[in-house]
Ligand binder design. Sequence first.
Ligand code: PEP
Length: 268
Amino acid sequence: MTAPANTEKVRRKPLVLGNWKMNGDVATAEQLLSGLLHGERELPALLAGVEAGVCPPFPYIGLAAARLAASQFGWGAQNVAHFDNGAYTGEVSATMLRDLACTWVLIGHSERRAYFGETDAQLSTKVEFAHRAGLVPVVCVGESLAEREASKTESVLAAQINGLCTALASTNERFVIAYEPVWAIGTGLTASPEQAQQVHAFIRSRLVAGSVPGAAGARIIYGGSVKPSNAQALFGQPDVDGGLIGGASLVAADFLSICRAAALRSIR
Ligand code: PEP
């Protein structure tokens, strides 16, 4: 890895998002949301300097919106259609997500790429629709274990980022990148803070090379087995601007503790 560290003094507000994936039911969603609200009540300064939110499955977004409306937590979706409204059975459009007052939408999660065959062209269209609807696209990129072992991490990420530059450039600087090494998602394996930093700096350099406005100020968050025990070290890196949290976001206390670790970054 040859990417330079981020030396620019740009202040980026840390962002922590919970990706609930296809887990839970109404009862567990209620429980999780009330756990987050309880944590916020107990420690009102918890989210000072941090942006945090949850991305529940589609059927529970309305519930999250109702419960979190008066809180400092936001909410978003895990996916969005690459079509506008119309005859696309089973799909959910960006304007529908806007109607639910979503702030963020995850785009191109590795599970979407692997199980649903999402292509770079589709992802670019999703970014554009999301932006047009007023949502912040959180675009996920990352290499597989085989690619890392074959020393292809940089080339894979460069190709993923290059394919998205035009769409990202159209977002008026309102986008987030989530670096999620596929080998670290749900496996308990985590990139070391140094590995994460190297890749985040590399991603930022590719955004700059691709003339994406706002590259220096863009938040690049890390995802892949983030836990309370490793969050602070990861978020201590200069280009790791928060986290996309899967498993640990299903336990309110763990998610809150990860938010607290991100808050420490903001007062560094
Ligand atoms: C994810 O799927 O976005 C993720 C980061 O999962 P986990 O934290 O469980 O590895």
